[in-house]
Design a protein around this ligand. Structure first.
Ligand code: CU
Length: 118
């Protein structure tokens, strides 16, 4: 009987956990697109999430092919969109690292890269 109630509460946790996951802010789309190649270095990186963001606790770091930070200043946040200006010129692979707090108080993070052609 006791085992049964432990199993039941574990199942309940699983259900609650997965329902909660729908509310998180996940990356919906990015410009430049995740894994894409672009001909010229972009002026900014723009990320659109599945949920509104809390500006104070959401960050984005962009590094160039030599590992230098090229994001300029704090990201600007407008609803689900976070964008940051870049001072980037060299060709190669850039890496974007983001960490956001959504309005449901959950934090999510991730990273992706895009390539600037010669
Ligand atoms: Cu959430």
């Amino acid at each position: 009987m006791r085992t049964l109630s432990i199993v039941a509460s574990l199942l309940l946790l699983l259900v609650v956990g997965s329902v909660g996951a729908y509310g998180h802010a996940f990356l919906d789309r990015a410009d430049p697109r995740v894994g894409s190649s672009v001909s010229a270095a972009p002026r900014e990186v723009s990320l659109t999430f599945t949920q509104d963001l809390e500006a104070a606790f959401s960050t984005m770091e962009v590094t160039d092919p030599s590992g230098q930070r090229v994001d300029e200043g704090r990201p600007r946040i407008d609803g689900k969109v976070m964008r940051v200006p870049l001072r980037a010129d060299q060709p190669g692979t850039y890496r974007v690292k983001w960490r956001v707090l959504s309005v449901d108080t959950h934090t999510t993070e991730g990273a992706f890269s895009f390539t600037v052609g010669k």
